[in-house]
Design a protein around this ligand. Structure first.
Ligand code: NAP
Length: 485
């Protein structure tokens, strides 16, 4: 099994109006294997006209889909949940191939990603408005929830399945149709997902997938179209800002899941071994290529050496290699640019005075590998603490007091995930209330959960995915004023 067998003979094309087809002019786009830089396969390279065809299909399907009973919409998601779960190994292999993560890691993503289908299968039947008496008596106030309408989803390469299901699940549940553009480096998982949703009974035109390298023109054209009512984007803050600007003319609704710069704070009263365990998850999940990845380790000076040595031993013991091989813990990064960017941040941090505890040097040979790396005594203003690292590097800086830790943690334009290790309950409450982040993990390195509202503040964006909140992103509220009778 290599996962490519999930894709039927036509399934590397565009999926528009329930039909697999070639891109205009028959253009193709290579998909690269990050473990050796070779061409894995290719997919259709959709044009702007193809994008408009996809929106036409979504618009044509919108009314019937909105009027499909919620239970039917939910059952399609529930069936797709079962199909993906049955094929979890194939999905994991496919993702490992195109993205690089280990198969074990990819299995974890399948388990996480598919839960959005089960959760929103259950939420589809709980969409409701309200009925109340006006405070002054007399009239009655009624609200109705309606689907927003045709949506555009743009997803990143780091979680090819979960970043799609987090949007597609609630949109299907709410009765919205959609055009999805997966990252051009990892389009295969989304194409496989379109196949499964069709098998589960999703009507034609509800989900349309366009793979394309004409990314800028694609979003500009669709966002200029007044039939598109919503954009949900997961990716970098820079691209998020472009999409927000492009939404102004048509005033599209937006959900923006953008970059992060998560602090991982270890107080002097923390269980250091537990903090190291948590750090392994918060840092090494997805090789550090996660928006929630611990980016800055802020450790009380009295425990910094112990924490660094223990984390260095754990990270230094991991095996680097091709994600599909047995015994490999850490796969390649997504591309050469990613390796260069991580290498540069490490070089600069060392220049600024940091000490390398483990790692610190990209290996020679094919593939886009970077070893797990721990740096100690990193100045808080070193570039590695300012930028998203997006690689397996743990920079450790120190602090002396709780106020200093909070100040350092909040000193970033981002506000997505944060982590705190302490055994002091009063401190837990104080710190949780002081951190400017959308999500806070207390004595836990894993915060993502399909039943929880995922999202950020400040330059990490707005809107929430998952939980009860996630479906609201796809619903409009209509207020109806009624006389008392
Ligand atoms: P990216 O460069 O912003 O790309 C994300 C997606 O946007 C891709 O599909 C990309 O297409 C597309 N894109 C690029 N320019 C565009 C434009 N002008 N108009 C429309 N679409 C455009 O980000 P990435 O490098 O793939 O992903 C890493 C980033 O995502 C990190 O910053 C990470 O923190 C963030 N992220 C956030 C979350 C969250 O939930 N907050 C989750 C995961 C990742 P192409 O592939 O064709 O370039």
């Amino acid at each position: 099994m290599n996962g490519l067998d999930l894709l039927g003979p036509d399934q590397r094309g565009l999926f528009i109006g329930g039909v697999w087809r070639e891109a205009e002019g028959g253009k193709r786009l290579d998909v690269i294997d990050p473990a050796d830089g070779s061409v894995l396969t290719d997919v259709a390279d959709g044009s702007v006209n193809d994008a408009v065809d996809a929106l036409d299909a979504a618009v044509a399907a919108q009314s019937a889909w909105a009027n499909t009973p919620p239970r039917e919409r939910g059952e399609i998601l529930r069936t797709a949940f079962g199909l993906i779960t049955d094929r979890a190994d194939q999905f994991a292999h496919l993702m490992s191939l195109e993205m690089g993560k280990t198969v074990a890691e990819a299995r974890g993503e399948v388990g996480y990603g598919v839960e959005f289908f089960r959760w929103y299968a259950e939420e589809a039947v709980r969409i409701h408005g309200r009925w109340m008496q006006a405070p002054a008596g007399g009239s009655r106030l009624l609200t109705i929830k309606k689907p927003v309408g045709p949506c555009l989803f743009i997803t990143p390469w780091n979680f090819p399945l979960a970043m799609g299901t987090r949007k597609i699940g609630p949109a299907i549940a709410a009765g919205c149709t959609m055009v999805v553009k997966p990252a051009s480096q990892t389009p295969l998982t989304m194409l496989a997902l379109a196949g499964v949703l069709t098998e589960a009974g999703l009507p034609e035109g509800v989900l349309n997938v366009v793979t394309t390298s004409h990314t800028g023109e694609f979003s500009q054209t669709l966002q200029a179209d007044d039939r598109l009512r919503k954009v949900s984007f997961t990716g970098s803050t820079g691209v998020g800002r472009i999409l927000v600007r492009q939404s102004a003319d048509q005033l599209q609704r937006l959900s923006m899941e953008l970059g992060g710069n998560a602090p991982f704070i270890v107080f002097e009263d923390a269980d250091v071994d537990a903090a190291v365990e948590g750090a392994m998850i918060a840092k090494m999940r997805n090789m550090g290529e996660a928006c929630t990845a611990a980016n800055r380790f802020l450790v009380h000076r009295s425990v910094a050496q112990e924490f660094a040595e223990k984390l260095g031993a754990r990270m230094g013991g991991l095996t680097l290699g091709r994600g599909q091989d047995d015994g490999v813990d850490v796969g390649p990064l997504i591309d050469e640019k990613a390796v260069e960017s991580v290498s540069q941040l490490v070089t600069d941090a060392v220049h600024d005075g940091a000490t390398v505890v483990t790692g610190g040097q990209a290996p020679d040979g094919p593939g886009y590998f970077y070893p797990p790396t721990v740096l100690l005594d990193v100045p808080v203003d070193s570039e590695i603490n300012v930028q998203e690292i997006f690689g397996p590097v743990a920079p450790i800086s120190t602090f002396e007091s709780e106020d200093e830790a909070i100040r350092q943690a909040n000193d970033t334009e981002y506000g997505l995930a944060s982590y705190v290790y302490t055994r002091d309950l009063a401190r837990t409450i104080r710190v949780a209330e002081s951190l400017d982040f959308g999500m806070i993990g207390i004595n836990s390195g894993l915060i993502s959960n399909p039943a929880a509202p995922f999202g950020g503040v400040k330059a990490s964006g707005f809107g929430r995915e998952g939980g009860f909140e996630g479906i609201e992103e796809y619903l409009e509220t209509t207020y109806v004023a009624l006389p008392a009778g």
